[in-house]
Ligand binder design. Sequence first.
Ligand code: ATP
Length: 391
Amino acid sequence: MLRIENLRKTFSGNERERITAVSDVSFKVEAGQLFTLLGPSGCGKTTTLRCIAGLEHPDSGKITIDGADVFDDTTGVLVPAYRRAIGMVFQSYAIWPHMTVRENVEFPLTVVARRHRLAAKGRTRLVNEALELMGMGAYAQRPSTALSGGQQQRLALARAIVGKPKLLLLDEPLSNLDAKLRERMRFEIKRLQTELGVTAIYVTHDQGEALALSDEIAIMRDGVIVQQGNPNDIYNQPGSDFVADFIGSANLVFGTCQVAGRVGELIEVELEGGVRASGSATCDLAEGDPVVLVVRPESVKTTPLAEGERAPEGQLIGTVRARIFLGESVDLLVETLGRELRIRVPADSAPYRPNSSVALDISSRRGLVLRDDRTLSLSNKVEDELGLATA
Ligand code: ATP
């Protein structure tokens, strides 16, 4: 349905500097999928989306929507935004304040109407359908300035789908809503997208939102995609400590590979502090390789210790520094190995008072072992600075 190949977009900063917003991005989205671009602020998500919409002119690459090239720098094709059959929801909603709810939703059709001569009756039917679908039928005649945040969001969605677009682009559509409404609107967006069977590209920096909504997630960093997969794979098989940390509150514990192993095998590692643990390897590893064990908060087995009691063989001892109540569970910040680990326990488990001691079993085999590429990135940086890196 959508194919992006080697997309690149730079902006002029000042006269000496060019800002590379999107360095080299390629991905494919199947029809009917919800595909998410996820990453920290400034990594190039919005620029990628705006290039797909036709609101930015890429430097190079190719964009194909539903089999038709809409941008190709090699052939000079550049289809204008209004001819790309796209619906878009902006972070700011971009609702026209001088129009009623109905007029806002109808507006995109009036642009189409001139070319396709869509009769007023046809427009009314499409607007009514879109308003009903978003539960906004009762507000049709209201001035658009007299709406709550959630209603403005629904209006923006109704306006984006009224023209029955092939592709729906959503740029951080929930970021202006409070936490509770955000949660509800997530389901609304998923329902809408599934009901319409429309292909959607969703941009967010919220990993919870991405995991809950997406069929496929691409994680971006510094203008490139660093990993792509379904939510389950991204969460359970992060390819780097950046992804592991970004996608969930992962604990990263450093150590050394004890016995060589191949990707997917259970690898034994010796951690800082001499404790042994194991986890499945996300790449081939040799004995002695520096590694990072990624331990999710919910994968650590925790037992309270009485004063002066030692941790069982093979387990770490730690001190509870803070307790965060999350409703059904409690997160403990536990100091061990000179750092804080985040550990999730059921809310009805032992009280785990601050400053009490706990034994931590992180050898649950549910952890992941990644290669520790901190030294690699450091040597790349040195090469960069010396001008030795290949372009
Ligand atoms: P956020 O989550 O904060 O919206 P993002 O991942 O969507 O971030 P982009 O908005 O795509 O990131 O920006 C990528 C980079 O390009 C940033 O460094 C940004 O400052 C720069 N950039 C974006 N638009 C422009 C512009 N019009 N002119 C100059 N630089 C720009």
